[in-house]
Write a protein that binds this ligand. Structure first.
Ligand SMILES: Nc1ncnc2c1ncn2[C@@H]1O[C@H](COP(=O)(O)OP(=O)(O)OP(=O)(O)O)[C@@H](O)[C@H]1O
Ligand SMILES: [Mg+2]
Length: 227
């Protein structure tokens, strides 16, 4: 369902005089309903890779095909729809809107003007998502009034509000204690098994990585399959 082929990414150096190659000719195939862990050292390009699959950044070279659609050939409207409806994104730095409450933050992606495939009652759905991550008692707080791990869980709830078919999760358990981390992994595994949610999980936790069906290691520009 997701096919990444010969993907390369370079960034200009801060003085603009040279380019820095992050990775070269990376290949990755993720079947629908599968779950994949991507591990690797800090700075190896894990977030950059997720951003490109989520259409938040463009590759320097190579191809990304999702649901038989080539990313490079999508119209502007298809790109927006893909970002809003097909993929859910849990960012490494949550990107919650500071002036919106927890509940409003979770509801936000559901307010976009696309066909609401997830069904009506956005508020009800948002409350349910918050309950699933154990935050229904913090619904009316602002992001500044909750803890870092709670913010991370709000980001998880928000990523699932439009019932995406692909979830791109960038270190979603990084700020969580063992119990909340286990609980989140249970939730993701359940969505993967019951709703066939395709999961790509970037993590530094080997415990979390082990719970995915496949695992890859990104190091020195190469993505190697581990199992
Ligand atoms: N916009 C940018 N301009 C220039 N260089 C960038 C840019 N974004 C990322 N990089 C560089 O690309 C490399 C990979 O960054 P990335 O955030 O993908 O790493 P990562 O594997 O997610 O690391 P971490 O585990 O610390 O989150 C880093 O060395 C970073 O400096
Ligand atoms: Mg990262």
């Amino acid at each position: 369902m997701i096919e990444v082929s010969n993907l390369s990414k370079s960034f200009p150096s801060p003085d603009g005089e040279e380019t820095i190659d992050i990775f070269n000719e990376v290949n990755l195939t993720v079947e629908e309903g599968s779950s994949v862990a991507i591990v690797g050292p800090s700075g190896s390009g894990k977030s950059t890779l997720l951003n490109m699959i989520g259409l938040l950044d463009l590759p320097t070279q190579g191809k990304i095909v999702v649901d038989q659609k080539d990313h490079a050939l999508l119209s502007e409207e298809q790109v927006s729809e893909y970002r809003n409806q097909t993929v859910g994104f849990i960012f490494q730095s949550h990107h919650l809107l500071p002036s919106c409450t927890v509940l409003e933050n979770v509801m936000l992606p559901g307010l976009a003007g696309f066909h609401d495939s997830a069904g009506g009652d956005l508020t009800g759905r948002a409350k349910q998502r918050l309950q699933e991550v154990g935050l229904d008692h913090r619904m009316n707080h602002l992001p500044s009034q909750i803890s870092g791990g709670e913010r991370q869980r709000v980001a998880v709830a928000r990523s699932l509000i439009n019932q995406p078919s692909v979830l791109l999760a960038d270190e979603p358990t990084g700020a969580l204690d063992q119990k909340n981390s286990d609980h989140l992994m249970d939730l993701l595994e359940q969505l993967n098994e019951e709703k066939l949610l395709t999961l790509i999980l970037v993590t530094h936790s080997l415990d979390c990585a082990k719970r995915m069906k496949q695992s890859y290691h990104l190091k020195e520009g190469n993505l190697e399959k581990q199992r």
